[in-house]
Write a protein that binds this ligand. Structure first.
Ligand code: UT7
Length: 328
């Protein structure tokens, strides 16, 4: 059995189509200035009509496998974190498994909204340390443009599409040193999709009333987000005997630049050591952290030996953090 679990490769994929805030001004009552000031978002990627989560997920997964120099048939588990799966079942993980030819892999989806990638990373580590897997492909993917009510400016300007992936392997060095997860179901009412499940199956009325799209009380989510990001990060660093001062680089969930700035301030982490791509991609929920991680690594912001902090929050409500000794 391996002593530890670490990320040995990352990949990401974004749809080509760019939609700017100015494009949105033409289709709804909103303004570039409002969006930039309140969120930090300038543009986002939107998938074409015929593109589903697995299509983006496969591209990110393939890139991560190449980066890790691992063959698809050597993967023994695929975990896909998503709230916008191809369909309710089979899982998007099974669809990705078939498309990449990972025939020796078990596969399942994990739903923890925007915290999904960190929940999935934690699960991958647990499978590896318990000897049930050696190489796990973790994919965070969303096609949120298809879950948006494009008449609701409060959500339509925020969410977007993309995919990120990581290959997690049993290793002997430090790797994923600790993770911490949390949830509070009382906050479920602040961010959810009312219809399409067993509580409210699809009917003509649910479609007419646009109940198959994201409903959010933004200010309630905003209130808990920065505080929880700081709290869970503190728990995660303490778990591996560190302090927040020892964090070299932070890759946060990209939901709102003000939330990220506030969280970084609470943790005394200067913004120069925080990766930001929200201006380019908006909020891609479960894809947000792995895309940011892949970019931060490929652009050289994260170096071998760095103590890296991944942290996120989202619907559920959920939150989570991972402390990683980067060594790829
Ligand atoms: O991944 C996790 C999921 N979600 C989040 O993390 C979201 C967390 N929340 C947020 O990021 C912020 O709460 C928002 C960006 C969603 C909203 O920012 P806010 O500063 O909390 O604005 P608000 O909701 O209090 O709205 C302020 C005003 C309102 O007008 P009135 O009532 O003051 O006249 C809104 O109607 O801004 C208006 N508004 C807009 N105006 C132009 C709301 N959305 C827009 C818009 N364009 N797109």
């Amino acid at each position: 059995m391996s002593r530890s679990a670490g990320i040995i490769g990352t990949g990401s994929f974004l749809p080509e189509k760019i939609v700017t805030n100015y494009d949105l001004e033409k289709i709804m009552d909103t303004h570039n200035d409002w969006i930039v000031e309140r969120t930090g978002i300038q543009r986002r990627r939107i998938a074409e009509k015929d593109v589903a989560a697995s299509d983006l997920g496969v591209k990110a997964a393939t890139a991560a496998l190449e980066d890790a120099e691992v063959r698809a048939e050597d993967i023994d588990l695929i975990i896909t974190a998503t709230l916008s799966p191809d369909m309710n079942f089979p899982s998007t993980a099974c669809i990705i498994q078939e498309k990449i030819g990972a025939f020796n892999a078990a596969a399942f989806d994990l739903e923890a909204a925007c915290t999904g990638f960190i929940y999935a990373l934690t699960t991958a580590k647990a499978f590896i340390l318990s000897g049930q897997a050696q190489k796990v492909l973790v994919v965070g993917v969303e096609v949120l443009s298809k879950l948006i009510n494009w008449e609701d400016r409060k959500t339509a300007v925020l969410f977007a599409d993309g995919a990120g992936a990581a290959v997690v392997s049993g290793i002997e060095e430090a790797g994923i040193m600790s993770t911490a997860l949390g949830a509070d179901g009382k906050g479920g009412k602040f961010l959810y999709m009312p219809a399409g499940g067993s509580r409210m199956p699809a009917t003509r009325e649910t479609v007419d009333n646009k109940l198959h799209s994201i409903v959010m009380d933004g200010s309630e989510v905003f209130k808990f987000a920065a505080r929880k990001m700081a709290e869970v990060s503190e728990i995660a660093v303490r778990k591996c005997g560190m302090t927040l001062n020892e964090i070299d680089y932070m890759v946060p969930h990209q939901a709102n630049i003000r939330i990220i700035q506030n969280a970084a301030k609470r943790m005394s982490i200067p913004m120069e050591r925080v990766y930001l791509n929200i201006q380019e991609y908006g909020n891609m929920s479960a894809a947000s952290v792995p895309v940011a991680l892949d970019e931060a690594v490929k652009k050289g912001y994260v170096r071998n030996g760095d103590n890296l902090l991944l942290v996120g929050f989202g619907a559920g409500l959920t939150w989570g953090a991972a402390v990683i000794k980067w060594n790829k």
